[in-house]
Design a protein around this ligand. Sequence first.
Ligand SMILES: Cc1cc2nc3c(=O)[nH]c(=O)nc-3n(C[C@H](O)[C@H](O)[C@H](O)COP(=O)(O)O)c2cc1C
Length: 316
Amino acid sequence: MSIARFDFSVKRFVLAPLAGWSDPPFRAVAKYFGADLTISEMISADALVRNPLKTKKLYAKSPLETPFAVQLVGSSVVVVGEAARMLSDEEGIDVIDLNAGCPAPKIARGGGGSALLKNPATLGEMIGAIKKNGGQKLTSAKIRLGFEKNDGVALAKVCEEAGADFITVHARTKTGGFAAPPNYEAIGEIKSRLKIPVIANGDIDGYEKAQSVFQTTNADGAMIGRAALAAPWIFAQLKTNLPIADRAIKREVVLAHFDHTIQLYGARGAIIFRKRLHKYCKGFEQAAQFRSAINRESDPSVTRSLIDEFFSAQRN
Ligand SMILES: Cc1cc2nc3c(=O)[nH]c(=O)nc-3n(C[C@H](O)[C@H](O)[C@H](O)COP(=O)(O)O)c2cc1C
């Protein structure tokens, strides 16, 4: 079985798992522009164990995606361990990541996601179970700084001691949601106390921000979520500091992304793609008219022409 190892001798840029958004066509665009690691949306360990054939479809990957991580979410150590054992046999998965940060009530109320931040013993056992059952796959965890207060160092140490090969830290507590000011200093503290690589996450939206986060945290990489939704080409900019603003490139990328989406989902891809176009057209001239036109359209070939026309008409 081939496992892609990626070292941290240079800073690594990772596309965040984004439930409802990070499907194979989107991840392929990020990968094409230089994302070093892409991750599936969170996959319920329970669903995988109960219904493997149906659940496998949720972490299908595009051929470009190596290395590739599958993220598990769950509340039972036994079930998460069993899901990791199932993934251990699968080609094309290099990392098994544990979601220990999702604040959504339907996940956290059951004891998974961010609830693990309140239960460090379970967090450690879950990572240990992934490590033990995951075969040659790398084990990682994505945590927040804590549930209500910053317990980042203690939680990160639990991850390291349980066998995580690297961790990602979102620079907020669960209570901080997605809008509290990110505490990058806390990630710096974690980094200084751990031996394993640490990836910083939270509000990183361009080259300068990434460099300033690296300065503050000394992190080994950066994970990008929301900023990549409107601009999956951000990875090229993060690595080179060159603006990728050319409208001809955007037109081409959006059309290629659309074509992959239709290939994967068939005609309903035109409807699935609407929310992407809402992100892609932000800040462009006539964006409101474009949005209402594509919202009314469900024929893929007409939608494609509308995209082509809209982006061709833009000035840089
Ligand atoms: C729509 C959406 C879906 C998300 N889905 C997941 C997920 O499946 N797993 C996870 O660990 N985090 C998930 N997150 C959190 C992001 O991975 C990331 O940690 C967070 O958005 C902060 O990074 P950013 O400021 O770069 O967006 C999600 C965030 C958003 C906005």
